[in-house]
Design a protein around this ligand. Structure first.
Ligand SMILES: Cc1cc2nc3c(=O)[nH]c(=O)nc-3n(C[C@H](O)[C@H](O)[C@H](O)COP(=O)(O)O)c2cc1C
Length: 217
């Protein structure tokens, strides 16, 4: 028999970041991967809008989404030219304990997210958490440039060998950087199988408080 129900987001917290933490912590616990990905859209002079998948690194001390990149990427240049971005998290098959026992697809969007580059004094903290592979990439891989694959692998293997021999931690290159994002709106969507989605949107008021409301999908 065909069925149709409407998903329900209930008892959502007053602060969007608290809700975001509930969903991402549940997603991490229920996944074999410890990483959460997000989609970052920027305004690009040549292509209009440009989006890409990136790693969600965590939250800053003031509860903003952190993103790590390199100063020679196109996305860095895009953000420098226009700090307004769009960010979307897609988290399928997650049971958020305070939201019922059935798995659902969750989408979290930061609408009108303004990027702010972190000061140099905060970058080492994030650099030290990077995987070795990411640190090596940041040192020797020229993002977006045509390359000779074989030469690049040789360069990688030499770099890795020298690094392991030296037994010294890799230093953060000058090109490494990070941004934090402050959103005008946070939009949470929940939908299960055979359901019409429910959405709760948080809108930032002039006084800095958040107003939350259900919005139609
Ligand atoms: C799973 C995954 C995670 C990624 N994480 C990052 C990241 O955290 N930072 C980053 O600069 N690029 C990351 N990338 C690469 C970007 O998607 C993109 O290819 C790169 O940033 C160049 O994009 P641009 O030319 O638009 O600047 C990731 C790619 C994938 C597939």
């Amino acid at each position: 028999m065909s069925k149709s129900t409407v998903a329900h987001i209930t008892n959502n917290p007053d602060e969007p970041v608290t809700f975001f933490k509930q969903i991402t912590e549940a997603a991490k616990k229920q996944s074999t991967e410890d990483v959460i990905f997000m989609n970052l859209a920027t305004i690009d002079e040549e292509f209009g809008v440009l989006n890409r998948t990136v790693v969600y690194r965590g939250l800053s001390d003031d509860n903003c989404i952190i993103y790590v990149t390199q100063r020679f990427t196109r996305n860095f240049k895009n953000i420098q030219a226009n700090a307004k971005c769009g960010i979307t998290f897609f988290l399928p098959n997650v049971v958020v304990p305070l939201q019922g026992q059935d798995p659902a697809i969750w989408q979290v969007r930061l609408i009108g997210a303004t990027a702010e580059e972190l000061p140099e004094s905060q970058l080492d903290e994030w650099w030290n958490k990077e995987l070795l592979s990411a640190q090596i990439r940041d040192h020797i891989f020229p993002c977006g440039q045509p390359v000779n694959y074989v030469e690049l692998v040789e360069k990688h293997d030499r770099f890795l060998h020298d690094h392991l021999e030296s037994k010294v931690p890799l230093q953060r290159p000058a090109t490494y950087t990070a941004f934090k994002f402050r959103a005008q709106r946070w939009d949470f969507l929940k939908v299960g199988s055979g359901q019409i989605a429910d959405r709760v949107q948080y809108r930032r008021l002039e006084n800095g408080d958040w107003q939350s409301m259900h919005v139609s999908t």
